[in-house]
Design a binder for this molecule. Structure first.
Ligand SMILES: *[C@@H]1O[C@H](CO)[C@@H](O)[C@H](O)[C@H]1NC(C)=O
Ligand SMILES: *[C@@H]1O[C@H](CO)[C@@H](O)[C@H](O)[C@H]1NC(C)=O
Ligand SMILES: *[C@@H]1O[C@H](CO)[C@@H](O)[C@H](O)[C@H]1NC(C)=O
Length: 462
């Protein structure tokens, strides 16, 4: 890959603590991959998006302006993912509407994506199922722990040439993610659905059920594929890829492989949870809420450098659980969360929001210049006014996410978050799992705008 033979100069900016004055840093690296990773490690709170310009120093001094995606694509190598074990299942459409040649291209695509992953017993496990009207399991997650075995099986796979029952196929493949069938539900689990047409059965419920188990679905549509259906499968337009031809799949290989590389959120953040334990929530629902919170926390690197996490519960009164600097150890924190008591009582959300302000204070582990997030989970309407308390928090630079369960008073949530984009309304407590990834992504994305130094575009000889 072009990456390896060149030297790169990476420039990025940061600001002197508290002053807001941008400072340009630069460093030279032998490969852009090591540049990318070193820079993010050295400056954990300066994200890749802040690597604003990259110069390759070969025969040309070429000033490139790159987005995070292109930068990462260029830097991608088969080793980039090596420390991220996961379960990946491919579910590929094998119906008669796909020509023999296109079927071959689809095989090539899956082989290529798999080849970019690091396959092994304690690494990435891959499964493969074809479907048409019926289904054919080619290999489950435990059949091959080596790349060659997988590629050989895919090579000899024959097209089924029937109709398209995607919904049924999703239901069928679901079991293979369970521990009983060799899945590892405690790790990242992915399903990649590739289809060329509209399903003859409904995909919505089966896909929803699978996602509720924590499996993240990417939906790839080729040719006449239906965008709405793909969104129903993946649960988010962000995990839908549409290509007009099977040839275009080539472009997608690296992009998709990179998706599997997504690490846990390594962002620096001060993250506080405020959980409603009033009477309108019963004890079981409370347990689900605690599980959910614990699983969100599990996606952050809880440590002095990265995520500081604090938590309080509330009903008629706020109840302190822990501050941002109470735990450096994620295991202990999760243990605390899962053992928290349930109380009941009225919902005084305004008072709770007032109370939670102190949690971001420096004496309680809050840090300057670090993105601050408050995640509120509630099911009820507050007995007191929330607007002033919420506004005071937002004025301090705190981003508030409101996760609302059931029928809630939307306007009040809007008053709290200040924007509809930060309100997440789920039907019931069981649906919380469906928004987990979204919430984590959003928290990971709340970084103060990078202060980008202006650079002129120019080409200079070496
Ligand atoms: C699939 O890949 C093989 C090997 O790289 C190549 O020879 C073949 O032409 C590809 N098939 C199609 C239809 O693109
Ligand atoms: C919470 O998680 C534990 C362990 O993962 C599980 O045994 C329990 O059933 C979950 N509780 C609920 C209510 O989801
Ligand atoms: C968390 O951050 C620490 C540095 O504080 C690092 O040593 C560790 O590897 C990180 N853990 C994960 C899972 O990224």
């Amino acid at each position: 890959m072009m990456c390896a033979q060149h030297r790169y100069l990476v420039l990025w900016t940061s600001s002197v603590a508290g002053s807001g004055v941008p400072v340009m840093h630069c460093a030279a690296f032998t490969t852009c991959c090591s540049a990318l990773w070193s820079a993010t490690e050295q400056f954990p709170h300066h994200t890749v998006t802040q690597l604003v310009r990259m110069l390759s120093i070969t025969q040309w001094w070429k000033l490139l302006s790159m987005t995070k995606t292109t930068l990462t694509s260029i830097c991608f190598s088969s080793t980039a993912c090596k420390d991220i074990p996961s379960d990946i299942f491919f579910l590929t459409d094998s119906s008669e509407s796909i020509s023999e040649e296109d079927f071959q291209k689809m095989k090539n695509f899956t082989k290529s994506v798999i080849s970019k992953s690091s396959i092994g017993l304690d690494k990435v496990h891959v499964g493969f199922m074809q479907y048409s009207t019926n289904r054919r399991l080619e290999f489950d997650l435990t059949k091959h722990y080596n790349l060659e075995g997988m590629l050989n099986t895919i090579d000899v796979m024959e097209q089924m040439n029937e109709g398209t029952r995607t919904g049924r196929a999703i239901t069928e493949v679901s079991q293979y993610f369970d521990a009983a069938r060799g899945g590892r539900p405690w790790m990242k689990q992915w399903l990649v659905v590739i289809t060329d047409g509209k399903s003859q059965d409904s995909v919505k419920e089966p896909a929803h059920a699978l996602r509720a188990k924590g499996v993240v679905i990417h939906a790839i549509g080729v040719d006449k594929a239906n965008r709405k259906e793909l969104s129903e499968i993946s649960g988010s337009s962000q995990r839908v890829f549409i290509e007009n031809t099977f040839d275009a799949l080539k472009e997608l290989e690296t992009k998709l492989a990179l998706k599997f590389c997504e690490k846990d959120c390594k962002k620096t953040t001060d993250l506080v949870f405020l959980l409603d334990y009033s009477s309108s929530i019963n004890q079981d629902q409370h347990t689900i809420m605690l599980n959910f919170t614990a699983s969100v926390v599990d996606n952050f690197n809880v440590s002095k450098e990265f995520a500081h996490v604090g938590l309080a519960q509330f009903s008629a009164d706020p109840k302190h659980e822990f501050y941002l600097n109470t735990y450096n150890d994620k295991t202990k924190m999760i243990e605390h969360i899962l053992n928290m008591n349930y109380k009941g009582g009225n919902t005084y959300l305004g008072e709770a929001l007032d109370h939670i302000r102190d949690y971001f204070h420096e004496s309680n582990g809050g840090r300057r210049d670090v993105p601050k997030n408050l995640v509120l989970i509630t099911d009820g309407n507050s007995k007191d006014d929330v607007e002033d308390a919420a506004e005071a928090l937002r004025k301090m630079g705190i981003t508030i996410f409101a996760i609302a369960v059931g029928d809630v008073y939307y306007l009040q949530l809007l008053q709290i978050t200040g924007t509809p984009e930060k309100v997440f309304n789920v039907e019931n407590f069981d649906s919380l799992a469906n928004i987990k990834t979204k919430i984590i992504d959003e928290i990971c994305d709340t970084v103060p705008e990078p202060k980008i130094g202006k650079l002129e575009k120019r080409d200079v000889h070496d």
